[in-house]
Ligand binder design. Structure first.
Ligand code: SD4
Length: 334
């Protein structure tokens, strides 16, 4: 297991390493530049660019992210660009524009982003801005802070040139009105009326970044903030080790700082799959896990990935070796 810092091999040395014709032709197929290797101590590992993200809306998000990776761009730009796809999609009723509102009819958004240097930014309880992930990026890039919330986050976004918009679509409003008829909050196990997007990417330099964005639980209490904007809960990356993202009932993730835990478990030697399973196990050990869903995705520096959830039905999009496909995660509650 890789638990050490990688360095990019100088161009001149690359050819001395084990990059055979197969790798070269795969790379050509992907349209990537010449293969790059990463080296630590005496171990040389081929860098394997990858994008992985939660749920069905991960497929178009991965496509957008992969375009950036393929052209030699940075993982941080890839995950931001990918996250913006469902944020802008009115049919994605759990993210950004068109997201289901809280029980009082307000669409309130949470998002966070983290780059290869360990820098990160986040917004919580942000209203009227279609792309909270880009506001989180501005918090990261342009301020000494990590998180801005509520009215202050909105003010900051407007100062940065973001447009104030109505995010509640007619369709989401109609769904809310229907819910109001009974005003009962009864989570459906798989969706719980929400499907956050979390993305992780490794670029051609081997750098890792992550992003997570959501409108949170539908019909939540006004003011409720979930795990998605919390660094180490909804998403965490460490460029030496790997990264993880979470989806599902945010309260359970926050109680265990799930994505930080996964990265630390990988640092300790677990594979991404083992780490996701252990993190789900930590929740199951102390919480009534049969009543809610949590899904985790993780990648490590070697480009290996893992996925695990509490309940059946968690799926994810994986862009790897030029192929963008949906996969079903294994799960605990059988
Ligand atoms: C939240 N974790 O607000 C988010 C929601 C989510 O799939 O992930 N939905 O609790």
């Amino acid at each position: 297991m890789i638990s050490h810092k990688y360095e990019i091999e100088p161009m001149i040395n690359r050819r001395n390493f084990i990059l055979g014709s197969t790798i070269t032709s795969i790379t050509a197929f992907l349209g990537l530049k010449e293969p790059v290797t990463a080296k630590s101590s005496n171990v040389t590992t081929e860098i394997k660019p990858i994008v992985i993200s939660t749920w069905n809306h991960g497929l178009p998000a991965n496509e957008a992210a992969w375009k950036i990776i393929k052209s030699g761009g940075k993982a941080i730009d890839a995950v931001e660009t990918g996250a913006k796809v469902p944020e802008a999609d009115p049919e994605a009723n759990s993210v950004g524009y068109g997201g289901y509102p809280d029980r009082d009819g307000n669409v309130t958004l949470d998002a966070c982003i983290m780059d290869e240097t360990g820098n990160c930014g986040s917004v919580s309880y942000l209203q009227h801005i279609k792309h909270p992930i880009s506001v989180a990026r501005k918090v990261m890039d342009d301020t000494p802070h990590v998180m801005l919330s509520g009215a202050g986050a909105l003010e900051f976004a407007l100062q940065k040139g973001f447009k104030k918009e109505e995010l509640l679509t007619d369709k989401s409003k109609a769904a809310w009105k229907k819910w109001l008829e009974k005003s009962e909050y009864s989570p459906i196990i798989n969706r719980e009326n929400h499907d956050t997007i979390g993305l992780l990417a490794i670029d051609q330099k081997g750098d890792i970044s992550g992003a997570c964005t959501t409108s949170g639980l539908a019909w939540k209490l006004h003011g409720r903030v979930g795990d998605s904007p919390i660094i180490g809960a909804g998403m965490f990356t460490d460029n030496d080790i790997g990264g993880a993202v979470a989806t599902g009932m945010g309260e359970a993730v926050m109680k265990t700082l799930g994505t930080f835990l996964i990265v630390e478990l990988m640092r300790g030697g677990m594979t991404p799959q083992e780490a996701c399973e252990e993190a789900v196990g930590r929740i199951a050990a102390k919480q009534d896990y049969k009543s809610f869903q949590i899904g985790y995705l993780a990648i490590n520096k070697a480009g290996e990935y893992g996925a695990y959830s509490i309940q059946k039905g968690f799926n994810y999009a994986l862009h790897k070796n030029g192929d963008n496909q949906m996969h079903k995660a294994n799960y605990l509650n059988k």
